[in-house]
Structures are given as structure tokens and as C-alpha cells.
Design a protein around this ligand. Structure first.
Ligand SMILES: [Zn+2]
Length: 131
């Protein structure tokens, strides 16, 4: 079960992050099946296996604001990139080779060095713009 921090009472459907598989997901969870929260559309489409569990309705609350989700995801992505930059810089400072860092990143040594070798540029967190 996931709630958006910008709207702490809105509960995201388990399938909201899988638009290819569940294109008709309405994003806002309405029921829970154990620890899985589902919107009405995904609850109706659940497998016969899942239909053996009793659905527990969630209390009425605000709908997921998809643009709030966009903003939150962009912020999280910026933070993750900054975190990765810092981790690579610290690994280099600790004497780790580019080959070892690349192995952990799942890329070639050359790709890791090209991406992080000129470190000191900073990922910019998304700007707050209106309009
Ligand atoms: Zn859904």
C-alpha cells in the first residue's frame, strides 16, 4: 500500500505504476486485499485466485492527484541521482576502481567512468514553477 506524501490520505492502487498492464487503473485505491490496495477497476479485473480473499473497503478519502504524483516522482528521481553521484564519489574516494563500481552499477567500466568521471556537476532538483 502506497500513499503519496503530498496528499497523505490518498492511497495509490497497487497497479498504478504499471500502466501497460493495467491501462484502465483509476489510481486511487478503494479496497485492500491483505496488504495490496486496489482501485475499483483493478479490483474488478483481479484473478480468480485473488477473488478468494475478502476485500476490505478503504474509508473514503481524496483521489490521487496525478500531477502531484508527477512532481513527487520527479523530486524522488532527482534525489536518487544526487544520492548515486555522492555514492560513486565516495566509492572513488575510498579507493574503489572504476571496474568495481561499474560492476555494481551493471554497466561497463568505460560507461561508469564517462558518466561519473567528470563528477562535480550536480543534478538539479526540479524547480518549482507555476504554470
Ligand atoms: Zn488500479
Amino acid at each position: 500500500m502506497t500513499s503519496l506524501t503530498t496528499n497523505p490520505r490518498a492511497v495509490l492502487c497497487h497497479y498504478a505504476r504499471d500502466p501497460d498492464r493495467r491501462p484502465h487503473c483509476t489510481l486511487t485505491a478503494e479496497i485492500t486485499l491483505g496488504r495490496v490496495a486496489l482501485c475499483g477497476s483493478c479490483a474488478a479485473a483481479r484473478s480468480t485466485l485473488g477473488k478468494g480473499m475478502a476485500a476490505v473497503p478503504l474509508p473514503p478519502g481524496p483521489a490521487v492527484d496525478v500531477l502531484d504524483w508527477v512532481a513527487e516522482a520527479a523530486l524522488a528521481a532527482g534525489r536518487a541521482c544526487a544520492d548515486l553521484d555522492a555514492a560513486v564519489t565516495r566509492a572513488r574516494s575510498a579507493g574503489c576502481s572504476w571496474a568495481r563500481i561499474a560492476g555494481r552499477l551493471g554497466v561497463t567500466r568505460q560507461a561508469a567512468q564517462q558518466r561519473y568521471g567528470h563528477q562535480r556537476y550536480r543534478h538539479q532538483l526540479p524547480q518549482r514553477n507555476e504554470g
